[in-house]
Design a protein around this ligand. Structure first.
Ligand code: PRX
Length: 651
C-alpha cells in the first residue's frame, strides 16, 4: 500500500530484538497462539522469582463468572526484586530514574543502588506506620521520584497501592479512599506543574475530613509550603523515611496477589478499581516494554505520562524498571516554559525513546516547527504514542518534523484494563501506516464482532474484542467481581469486550476508531459521560443533562453538555460557570465542558433512554444527517432542539 512507511534503517541498526521483521513477528504470534502457556511461562522467566511458576493460565473467559482466571498461580515473587534489587546488584551505578523537574534543568539522577536504598527505607517506614501485606495505600502525588519509590515500597510489603492522579478533586479522592478501604495515604505538600503549585496536601486534608479509616498520612516535602497538619495522623517523609534503614527483606507474594488498584471511568456509575496482579502484570509490562520499543542497554527512555494513569504505572515505573532501563520522570508540561520543552529535554538528556500522547503532539504541532528544530533530536530512535487515535496529520508531523524520518512511530493501543500494550508496531519490525496501531503483539488475539456477536472475517469494521486472556489483564474490579463480568463479558460471552470500535484492513492492520460506549477521551483523559451528568443534575436549576463528545482539533474529543433547565429557570453565564465549578469539585480540574447548549427537552426513546446518537450528530453540526428518528418518544423535540441551537445558546 502506498501509505505504508518502511522501518527506517536507523531503527533496525544494532537491534538485538528477537523480532526483527514481520516473519519473526508471525512466528512469535503463532507460537503464542499455539502454546500460550509455554510462551508466557518463557516470558515470565525474565523476572526474578522466589519460586518459578509451573502453570500459565487457569480458568478463562468461559468461567469468569465463577471467579477470576489466573496466570502463574504457583509462582512466588516480590516485584521489587525484579524492578530494583537485581539491577542494584548487577548495575548499581546505572541511572534508574532520571528526573526532570518543573523548572528546566532541575535534574535528579537516581541510580539503581540509590533507588534500592530509597525503596527499602520507605518500606521500613511504611511498615512502622502499620501498613501490612494486602492492605491498601492511596498515593496522591505529583511527578516526583518519591511517587515511584512509594509505589515500590508498598509492593515490597505486599501492600496494594492505588495512585490517584493529582488533578482529581477532594471528592473524587475521598470516593477512592473509601472504595478501596485505604489504611494510609501518601501525598506531598504541593506539586509543581507549569510554574504553578498544586495543593496536594490541602486537597488530601479536605478529602479525609471525617474519614476515620485512614490512620496515617505520609507527606513528602516538595516545595516547603506551609500546610495544614493533623497531629497523630500526619507524618513527614523526611522524618520517617530518611531515618529508616536502607535494608529491607521483601515480603514474598503469590503471583496472583494484587499489586495495585487503578480507578478508571466506564460508561455507567462510579469509577471502578481495576485490580492488577504481581506476576502476570509485571511479566506483561516488562515483555511489552522490551519488545515494542526494542529496548537497548544504553537507551534513555522517556514516557511523558503521569504516574496517576496506567501508562505511568506500566511504562514509567514497572516495565522500564523491571527491564533495568533508565526511565525519565517529567514533572512539568509540554508547554512550559514554552512549546520547545520536550525537545529541550530530549536534547539535554539524549533521549532515545520518547513516548507521549496525540493530544500533546497536536498541541505542539500547532505552535510551529521552530520550537522543535532549534533542538538537537539526533538521539531519538523510537517515537511512541498512546491514549487516543492519532490523526494522520499529527502522525506525519511527529514522523517528519520530530523524528526527521529517522525514527519508527509506535502507535500503541491498550487500556487501563489491559495492563500493557496489545496492538502496536514492534519498532524494528513493523512497517507503519499513519493512524494505524497495526498488528497485535504475540499472545494477543483481537477479533471484530458485529453488534449481534458474529465474528467478522477479513477486512471489516466492528467492535473490538479479545478472544483469550493474557497475563497483564486486570482480573477483577475491586470489591465487585459482578461488575467486572457485567462490564467486559456480558455483551459477548466468552470474549473480552474493549468498548472500542476498530477497522481491520486487507493486511490485518488495525485502525482504532474510538469508544463505542459512553466513555469520553478528552486530551487522553478517560471520563464517563455519566459522571458529568450526575454532577450537572446535582445543580438546582438543572432538570436534565446529557453529555456527549465531539471531535476537537487538539483535545481529540471536546465535551458537549446539553442542559434542560427546571421550569421557570433561565440560562446565564453565572449558571454555566457554576456548572464548571461543580465539575471541578466533583471530578477534577480536567473535567470541563467545552460547549453548553440549553434545550427544551432531550431526544428520548419510548422507554425513556436518551438518544445520544442524535445528540452526537447535533454536537458535530451534522443535524441534517440524523437518520431514523422514528423510535423517538416525541419527534417534535428534535425541531425544538434545532431551533434552540440556531437561537441564543448562552455560551
Ligand atoms: O479508546 C481507547 C483509547 O483509550 C482507551 C483507554 O483509555 P485508558 O484506560 O485511560 O488508557 C489509556 C492509556 C493506555 C481505549 O479504550 N486508546 C488508547 N490508546 C489508543 C487509543 N485509541 C486509539 N489508538 C491508541 N493508540
Amino acid at each position: 500500500m502506498s501509505d505504508t512507511v518502511p522501518v527506517p534503517a536507523r531503527v533496525r541498526e544494532g537491534s538485538v530484538s528477537p523480532i526483527q521483521d514481520l516473519n519473526d513477528w508471525r512466528r512469535a504470534w503463532l507460537q503464542a497462539r499455539n502454546d500460550p502457556d509455554g510462551f508466557w511461562l518463557e516470558q515470565a522467566r525474565a523476572l526474578r522469582w522466589r519460586r518459578l511458576p509451573s502453570e500459565g493460565l487457569v480458568g478463562g473467559y468461559d468461567t469468569v463468572r465463577e471467579g477470576p482466571f489466573s496466570w502463574f498461580h504457583d509462582g512466588i515473587l516480590n516485584v521489587t526484586e525484579s524492578c530494583v534489587d537485581r539491577h542494584a546488584e548487577a548495575t548499581p551505578d546505572k541511572v534508574a530514574i532520571l528526573w526532570e523537574g518543573d523548572a528546566p534543568g532541575e535534574v535528579r539522577r537516581i541510580t539503581y543502588a540509590e533507588l534500592s536504598a530509597m525503596v527499602n527505607r520507605c518500606a521500613n517506614a511504611l511498615a512502622r506506620l502499620g501498613l501490612k501485606k494486602g492492605e491498601r495505600a492511596i498515593l496522591y502525588m505529583g511527578m516526583v521520584p518519591e511517587a515511584a519509590v512509594a509505589m515500590l515500597a508498598c509492593a515490597r510489603l505486599g501492600a496494594v497501592h492505588s495512585v490517584v492522579f493529582g488533578g482529581f478533586s477532594a471528592e473524587a479522592l475521598r470516593d477512592r479512599v473509601r472504595d478501596c478501604g485505604a489504611e494510609l495515604v501518601i501525598t506531598q505538600d504541593e506539586g509543581r506543574r507549569g510554574g504553578r503549585s498544586v495543593p496536594l496536601k490541602a486537597v488530601t486534608d479536605a478529602a479525609l475530613e471525617g474519614e476515620h479509616g485512614v490512620k496515617k498520612v505520609l507527606v513528602f516535602r516538595r516545595t516547603g509550603a506551609k500546610v495544614g497538619w493533623t497531629a497523630h495522623r500526619d507524618v513527614w517523609w523526611h522524618e520517617v523515611v530518611d531515618a529508616a534503614s536502607p535494608e529491607h527483606e521483601a515480603v514474598a507474594c503469590g503471583a496472583e496477589d494484587p499489586l495495585f488498584i487503578l480507578y478508571t471511568s466506564g460508561s455507567t456509575g462510579r469509577p471502578k478499581g481495576l485490580v492488577h496482579t504481581c506476576g502476570g502484570y509485571l511479566t506483561y509490562a516488562s515483555y511489552t516494554h522490551r519488545v515494542v520499543f526494542d529496548l537497548r542497554p544504553d537507551d534513555v527512555y522517556a514516557c511523558l505520562a503521569d504516574v496517576g494513569w496506567i501508562t505511568g504505572h506500566s511504562y514509567i515505573v514497572y516495565g522500564p524498571l523491571a527491564n533495568g532501563a533508565t526511565t525519565l520522570m517529567f514533572e512539568s508540561t509540554p508547554l512550559y516554559p514554552d512549546a520547545g520543552r520536550y525537545w529541550d529535554v530530549v536534547e539535554r538528556h539524549k533521549v532515545t525513546i520518547f513516548y507521549t500522547a496525540p493530544t500533546a503532539i497536536r498541541a505542539l504541532a500547532a505552535q510551529g516547527d521552530d520550537f522543535v528544530t532549534r533542538h538537537d533530536r539526533s538521539s531519538l530512535r523510537v517515537l511512541g504514542t498512546v491514549g487516543e487515535p492519532i490523526n494522520p496529520d499529527a502522525w506525519r508531523w511527529y514522523f517528519d518534523v520530530v523524528g526527521e524520518g529517522r525514527c519508527n512511530i509506535v502507535d500503541t493501543w491498550w487500556q487501563t484494563e489491559t495492563g500493557g500494550i496489545l496492538i502496536a508496531p514492534i519498532a524494528p519490525a513493523t512497517p507503519t501506516r499513519p493512524g494505524s496501531a497495526t498488528l497485535p503483539l504475540p499472545g494477543v488475539r483481537p477479533q471484530l464482532l458485529d453488534p449481534d456477536g458474529r465474528e467478522l472475517r477479513g477486512p471489516s469494521q466492528g467492535l473490538l474484542c479479545i478472544a483469550e486472556p493474557w497475563p497483564g489483564q486486570a482480573r477483577t474490579v475491586w470489591g465487585d467481581h459482578a461488575r467486572y463480568v457485567a462490564t467486559y463479558y456480558a455483551m459477548f460471552p466468552g470474549r473480552y469486550f474493549t468498548g472500542d470500535g476498530c477497522l481491520r484492513d486487507a493486511d490485518g492492520y488495525h485502525w482504532i476508531t474510538g469508544r463505542v460506549d459512553d466513555v469520553l477521551n478528552v486530551s487522553g483523559h478517560r471520563m464517563g459521560t455519566a459522571e458529568f451528568e450526575s454532577a450537572l443534575v446535582g445543580i438546582e436549576e438543572i432538570a436534565e443533562a446529557a453529555v456527549v463528545g465531539y471531535p476537537h482539533p487538539v483535545k481529540g474529543q471536546g465535551v458537549f453538555a446539553w442542559l434542560v433547565l427546571q421550569e421557570g429557570e433561565e440560562c446565564s453565564q453565572a449558571l454555566l460557570q457554576r456548572c464548571q465549578t461543580t465539575l471541578r469539585v466533583r471530578i477534577g480540574a480536567h473535567a470541563r465542558v467545552d460547549r453548553f447548549q440549553v434545550v427544551p427537552g432531550l431526544p428520548k426513546t419510548r422507554s425513556g433512554k436518551v438518544m445520544r446518537r442524535i445528540l452526537r450528530k447535533l454536537a458535530e453540526g451534522r443535524g441534517d444527517e440524523l437518520g431514523d428518528v422514528s423510535t423517538l418518544a416525541d419527534a417534535e423535540v428534535v425541531s425544538a432542539i434545532l431551533s434552540a441551537i440556531s437561537g441564543d445558546s448562552c455560551e
